[in-house]
Design a protein around this ligand. Structure first.
Ligand SMILES: NC(=O)c1ccc[n+]([C@@H]2O[C@H](COP(=O)([O-])OP(=O)(O)OC[C@H]3O[C@@H](n4cnc5c(N)ncnc54)[C@H](O)[C@@H]3O)[C@@H](O)[C@H]2O)c1
Length: 276
């Protein structure tokens, strides 16, 4: 019960990592406010939580919505800036200016403004903890489209800068970098529904288990556990850093952990005759 008597806000709390985080914080004693554009999912989670989770309709691309969410939640101890989507998919030589801006507003400005409005509230209470959902796409190319990856890299450095700025208010700021986590984000990005979505979900489940050294799909609960740690007093001396929750995906190239994947060294070894 690490969050007994604590109050938390989780954006994007109607689905995936945000939902698992809201449930985890509530299970550990917190009163949780979730902000999301998904009214059906948000109300459903609030109803099934037995009063521990409240829903406040929030579009994190709107500054006033973020401010209203924080105001509605009142004296908060924890903020999880998590809402997000895939963003613009075009490569950098084809992207439209407005699509670039929309992606940065959704994924990066929302986090900055969440911190902006929550920090004075937390500061007045004597401190708090902020956790931002970044991504392994913040660390390397190839995990997501360019606009998304750059926004998440921004989230990571914002985490560092905010941790430095807000230490004087006893507010810790950290991030999680999930790898491949099986949530709705992939089918939502492609606006898939019905049969197409069911087929895609089945394909995702199949691919997810073999996508990283730990041979099972990454779950929203895996990411939520790291968020809960960073938000809790267990991490009282931890600020300005991140936890990678990727089943080892970023430890090295695929051939370093998957014996079925060809490597230059493996190929050369086969060329050496009569090797003992
Ligand atoms: N799933 C992954 O593999 C993965 C990997 C790395 C990072 N992430 C990040 O994790 C976070 C959560 O994603 P998820 O995988 O749980 O996906 P998800 O689609 O299950 O959940 C995202 C939630 O954010 C909400 N949302 C989207 N736009 C919003 C807006 N403008 N205002 C308010 N809410 C909005 C959605 O309605 C949804 O409830 C995102 O920031 C995503 O970029 C996910």
């Amino acid at each position: 019960m690490r969050f007994d008597g604590k109050r938390a806000v989780v954006t994007g709390g109607a689905s995936g990592i945000g939902k698992a985080t809201a449930l985890r914080l509530a299970q550990e004693g917190a009163e949780v406010w979730i902000g999301d554009v998904d009214e059906t999912g948000g109300h459903a989670l609030a109803a099934e939580s037995g009063g521990r989770i409240r829903f406040h309709r929030t579009d994190v691309t709107e500054a006033d919505d973020i401010r209203a969410l924080i105001e509605a939640a009142g004296p908060i101890d924890v903020l999880v800036n998590n809402a997000g989507a895939g963003g613009a998919r075009a490569p950098i030589d084809q992207i439209e200016p407005d699509d670039w801006d929309r992606t940065q507003i959704l994924l990066l400005r929302s986090v900055a403004l969440g911190i902006r409005y929550a920090a004075p509230v937390m500061g007045a209470r004597g401190g708090g903890a902020i956790v931002n959902t970044a991504s392994i796409a913040a660390l390397q190319t190839g995990a997501a489209p360019t606009a998304y990856s750059v926004a998440k890299a921004g989230v990571l450095h914002l985490t560092h800068c905010a941790a430095a700025d807000l230490a004087r208010l006893k507010i810790r700021v950290n991030a999680v970098c999930p790898g491949f986590i099986t949530t709705n984000i992939f089918t939502a990005a492609l606006e898939m529904n019905g049969d197409a979505r069911a087929q895609a979900d089945a394909a995702i489940a199949q691919v997810a288990a073999g996508a990283q050294p730990i041979a099972r799909a990454g779950s929203a609960e895996d990411a939520a556990a790291a968020v809960a740690y960073l938000a809790s007093e267990d991490a009282a001396f931890v600020t300005g850093t991140h936890i990678v929750v990727d089943g080892g995906m970023t430890i090295g190239p695929r051939h370093s952990w998957d014996p079925r994947s060809p490597s230059l060294f493996g190929m050369l070894e086969k060329m050496v005759p009569n090797r003992p």
